[in-house]
Design a protein around this ligand. Structure first.
Ligand SMILES: [Mg+2]
Length: 404
């Protein structure tokens, strides 16, 4: 494909790279007999899991991520249901991010399978943004066997919107100065930050298309929606000044489990919580990250979902610290009522890399138990398969939905 031209030489240039049906595509890559078939990664239809990703063949049946696996089976009886393999997805993700960092250090991963790149400074060396975008697609395909969709534009909002317009295997360029006209007629839901509730309210107010936000009176909109509406109006005008902030990892590391049957037993929930926390801590250590905040997520049988978080006195990747924090949240913060749960998740957030944030030699340095704990962590990291047993016993881990 010949990349379209990019006329203006001096504006900012941002790419958004988004893998196509990522988890499902990795499964097809590893098992070519799945190619062309409707592949659905997530929980089993017999259990209570949800769809984490669906191949494009499965999407033709109306299957999409976050739908219950049972519903997916109804829509697509011949679907091939596959349990997620998060470790494999992280491995492939690492290879993709490494490719992206070969173009510029200004890479901001948004999730396991998408990232922004600021290529403003790369043009002399690498060519125009569309040329770089095409080259990235080619290299990802050559080195991983997977396809990516890429959007090229003058800012993050437009680049992200563009990458989604011609999936899969798309390359959409919104040139400098073209943004406002290109997005004018798109539905309001395409605006970044407009969720279901906002979309209903905006449509009631007469904003069905993006340019309706600019057509209606600004003061009237503010009276109705508050000052946040000005940010939406800027996006509608194709304006977005947010910088690409390079980070080396996704902003949080988490694991969650949807149970095959609701669990009410406190001891059993504690065990699950410990396993999830251990796995999170292990991933932090593998990526040389530490977390300041531990988040617990719990979903009840009626689907109400609670999250509770605690910020630790210092960043840590220690299994003991993260396990204690998660357990504390489980027992003290969610404790009342002891209702059964259908899902439990532990996430480490507010991550710091080596050399960032307060150093590890904080107030706890020298505390006798600490060094022993760290030694124990290192030993545990070397024991393979340690995290399998509970999760394999009919409670598959369901990664966050891959929504594209
Ligand atoms: Mg994707």
């Amino acid at each position: 494909m010949t990349p379209p031209p990019w006329d203006c030489g001096h504006s900012r240039a941002v790419l958004h790279v988004d893998m196509d049906a990522f988890y499902a595509s990795v499964e097809v890559l590893d098992d070519p007999s799945l190619r062309g078939r409707p592949v659905i990664v997530g929980g089993t239809p017999e259990g209570r899991g949800v769809v984490a990703a669906a191949s494009y063949e499965a999407r033709k049946f109306g299957v999409h991520s976050a739908m219950s696996a049972a519903r997916a089976r109804q829509l697509c009886p011949e679907g091939v249901f596959i349990r997620p393999r998060p470790d494999r997805y992280f491995e492939v993700s690492g290879a993709i991010m490494a490719i992206l960092r070969g173009y510029t250090p200004l890479v901001e991963p948004l999730s396991i399978d998408e990232a922004f790149l600021d290529v403003s400074g790369c043009r002399r060396l690498l060519g125009t943004p569309p040329v770089i975008a095409a080259d990235i697609k080619r290299r990802i395909r050559a080195e991983t066997g997977l396809t990516a969709s890429v959007g090229a534009a003058a800012n993050k909002f437009l680049a992200k919107l563009a990458s989604d317009l011609e999936k899969p295997d798309g390359l959409v360029v919104i040139g400098p100065g073209e943004g406002r006209a290109r997005i004018a007629a798109l539905p309001i839901e395409r605006l970044w930050g407009v969720g279901k509730v906002a979309s209903v309210q905006l449509r009631e107010a007469g904003c069905a298309r993006i340019d309706d936000l600019l057509r209606l009176d600004a003061a009237w909109l503010e009276a109705r929606f508050g000052p946040h509406v000005h940010h939406l109006r800027e996006l509608a005008a194709g304006i977005d000044d947010r910088p690409v902030v390079p980070t080396h990892e996704a902003k949080s590391v988490g694991n969650e489990v949807t149970f095959a049957e609701d669990i009410a037993d406190a001891a059993q929930l504690r065990t699950v919580c410990d396993e999830l926390a251990d796995k999170v801590a292990r991933r932090l250590r593998a990526d040389d990250l530490r977390a300041r905040t531990v988040v617990l997520k719990a979903r009840y049988p009626d689907f109400t979902t609670l999250t509770r978080s605690v910020t630790l006195p210092e960043a840590t990747s220690g299994g003991v610290e993260i396990r204690d924090a998660a357990r504390d949240l489980l027992e003290q913060r969610l404790g009342r009522g002891r209702r059964p749960l259908r899902l439990l998740g532990v996430t480490a957030a507010n991550l710091v890399q080596p050399g960032e944030g307060p150093a590890a030699q904080g107030s706890l340095f020298g505390e006798p138990g600490r060094e022993r704990n760290q030694r124990l962590d290192r030993v545990l990291d070397e024991v393979s398969g340690r995290f399998g047993p509970l999760l394999r016993r009919g409670a598959p881990p369901v990664p966050e939905p891959d929504d594209t």
